[in-house]
Design a protein around this ligand. Structure first.
Ligand code: PMP
Length: 316
């Protein structure tokens, strides 16, 4: 059970981390958030946070879109996060949720002349999508928010009504996950995960200009696929029906990790089983996030202090 939160500049009991119903962000969705994972390595008795500084850089970028003014650097936010996780003492996989929000208790839609606040809490978390080895997806009747309306590249609280509409439609219709087209009719991403497709040994993913979140896992997959698996990775628009004839497809994200798609709109993807490229990437990803791959050790920040970690400082 969660016991603490970072709130009003310090780690406090979670019961004290409360906001008013009059809070601007609660009324208008004027905030942004992040989502990080901590992975427990039982052999090393260590909890590793994955790409902590990259997550906080994107968090502050999302804030920049919302005209937020904060005195915190990514390093400051990482330090608060480590302090929080040490207080919780998680010895299992966990999820970390930072929020930056317009904190004034006032009516009036705007972004300027409002106080910006940050809070961070964490929860134990295993799988976010249960069917990670083969999810059944449908293309949603909802379109992805557009950069001309609500930018999808940042994690803006208000835009998650769009994700929730797509996800609930999919699940209530018997699917595991939704795929969302952008306003141009090309595939953007899942409800809360980026999309990849494999065709003839090449990995494809929609470009960042396709109204997708600038995903940290997406970036991780692109780099590992090139450097370790030696794959060609191409960022280009993907049509809906390309997925129908793809060899493999998967979603990726901090929550979704790497979720293979078994079918799209009732058509099996490939043979409907976990494909070889997706399996290699999943195996590699889980070794990396748990601290079993020295090549990408710099993406991990150990939470619990040992002589070794004190020397390394914060990376990731
Ligand atoms: N797209 C959306 C809409 C998301 O909410 C998420 C989850 N943060 C992702 C993609 C994956 O992003 P990341 O790999 O940074 O977690």
């Amino acid at each position: 059970m969660t016991r603490f939160a970072f709130f009003n500049g310090a780690i406090r009991p979670i019961e004290e981390a409360r906001i008013s119903v009059m809070t601007h962000a609660f009324n208008y969705g004027t905030g942004c958030f992040g989502g990080l994972r901590g992975y427990w390595n039982a052999d090393q008795r260590q909890l590793y946070v994955f790409r902590i500084l990259d997550h906080y850089r994107r968090f502050l970028d999302s804030g920049q879109i919302l005209l937020a003014h904060l005195d915190y650097s990514p390093e400051d936010l990482a330090a608060f996060t480590l302090e929080l996780l040490r207080a919780e003492g998680w010895q299992e996989d966990c999820y970390i949720r930072p929020l930056l929000y317009k904190a004034d208790e006032t009516i009036g839609v705007r972004l300027h002349n409002l106080r910006d606040a940050v809070t961070i809490f964490s929860i134990p978390m295993g799988r976010y999508i249960p069917a990670e080895e083969g999810a059944r997806a449908c293309v949603s009747s909802w379109r992805r928010v557009d950069d001309t309306a609500i930018p999808a590249r940042g994690k803006l609280i208000g835009s998650y009504a769009n994700s929730a509409l797509a996800k609930s439609e999919a699940v209530l219709n018997g699917f595991d996950e939704a795929l969302v087209l952008n306003q141009d009719g090309h595939l953007a991403e899942g409800s809360a995960a980026n999309l990849f497709m494999v065709r003839n040994g090449v990995l494809y993913t929609p470009p960042l200009s396709s109204n997708v979140l600038e995903g940290i896992t997406r970036r991780t997959i692109i780099q590992m696929a090139r450097e370790v698996l030696g794959l060609d990775v191409i960022e280009r628009e993907i049509d809906r029906t390309e997925l129908y004839v793809a060899d493999e497809a998967f979603l990726c994200g901090t929550g979704a990790q790497i979720t293979a798609l078994a079918s799209v709109d009732h058509r099996p993807v490939g043979n409907g089983k976990l494909g070889p490229v997706t399996k290699s990437l999943r195996d590699l990803y889980f070794r990396v996030v748990r601290g079993q791959e020295s090549r990408y050790r710099h993406w991990l920040t150990p939470v619990f202090e040992t002589e070794q970690t004190a020397k390394e400082g914060i990376t990731g």
